[in-house]
Design a protein around this ligand. Sequence first.
Ligand SMILES: [Zn+2]
Length: 277
Amino acid sequence: MVSVEGMSETPSAGLSRQEAAITVLGGPTAVIDLGGLRIVSDPTFDDAGPHGYLTKTAAPAVDEDGVGLADLVLVSHDTHPDNLDERGRAFAKAAPLVLTGPVTAGRLGSPAVGLAPWTGHSVPRADGGGDLTVLAVPAVHGPEDGERDADGNVNCEVTGFVLSGQGLPTVYVSGDNASIRTVAEISRRVPDIDAAVLHVGAARVPAKFDGRPLSLDSRAAAAAAAVLGAETVVPAHYDAWAHFSEGLSEIELAFHEAGLSAVLRAAPHGTWVRLNR
Ligand SMILES: [Zn+2]
């Protein structure tokens, strides 16, 4: 069961602590309160404006002060400014712990710890419930047959994460991933995922892979939701940048056509989607 908090909370006043909930702030950035910890994935806090070959079109719904200090930051990749912009990078560096992939951790330096796919990291919970386990999972940032870099990755190293712990909902954060095959493998190996933050939006850059999607398009996101069997799917990374080819209306239509509207929880940015175990 999931409930969405409505207008009772003003995002600019700051994000109140939740027992188990997710909110997307715009772009890929999600805040996940779980096990007494505030976890922020792919922090981006810059104002709208140009970022090299990409253009940001909106600032986040809540700024760094409204989010407060994170206990844990998850960085799917650092090579693309839409996933880690300048203020997002500063926010991550100020956190006690950043979890990411090994190549990315080497670039970021302390406090980043690099996890290869299918390796876990334990973080002590703040609610007395033992540890939160963060499992790094693969992500493919483009078409399956896309050119591989020196490390064997399509586009670049990207890491997804599965968060779990005793009595907590299990939460999957996809990172930039375009591969349903990868989602299927994650679902096979972690069969009880309760909630998923999926990076959708069908990001396209003409110079990369003939303009084919670098992240899930809406129909692929609905298929991924079906494969996962998750009770709750929170879409992220479909707005606030100019290179997304699909937005919320396409996502809602695709989930409707798949008969999965009930699992799609697209709350306004900065508004909590509560998770129950
Ligand atoms: Zn990217």
